[in-house]
Write a protein that binds this ligand. Structure first.
Ligand SMILES: [Zn+2]
Length: 76
């Protein structure tokens, strides 16, 4: 694992961290508590781990088709 310089501010270093990831899936709000990401320690720019993203999308689409009877997932 190499530490790289942030491409945005060219000052900070990108650090691995678990971040909260939030995404709408259909009309359900999906919240992933500990999504692996890299975060700049200076400007706060973040990018989520590509493999984790892919894995998440695969999980989502595997459970997606058909059962879209959305119920109580709206924000109050
Ligand atoms: Zn930065």
């Amino acid at each position: 694992m190499n530490i790289s310089i942030c491409p945005y501010c060219h000052t900070g270093r990108l650090q691995r961290r678990d971040m909260v990831y939030i995404q709408w899936h259909g009309d359900a709000l999906l919240v992933v508590d500990r999504m692996p990401a890299i975060v700049c320690d200076v400007c706060g720019e973040r990018a989520y781990d590509e493999q984790a993203m892919e894995h998440l999308q695969r999980l989502l689409w595997a459970s997606a088709p058909g059962q879209s009877s959305s119920s109580a997932n709206k924000l109050a």
